[in-house]
Design a protein around this ligand. Sequence first.
Ligand code: SF4
Length: 64
Amino acid sequence: MDTIGSLENMMSVATNCHGYTPTESGLTSAVGSEHCKSCTNCKNLSNNVCQVNLYDEVLSSMSY
Ligand code: SF4
């Protein structure tokens, strides 16, 4: 199991993640959802772990 990392990483990953699925509560009322993309408001995140194992894949596909 991979524990999700920093807030910055979660936003970067969600922006680049094809599996990002916003939760109903967060983004429907938010303006400028692009800025709010983060694993923290993705349905696939549970207990700080990406349940579809995309976090590491996306993170490693991004260049640092
Ligand atoms: S929680 Fe998983 S599926 Fe959702 S944006 Fe993050 S890496 Fe992608």
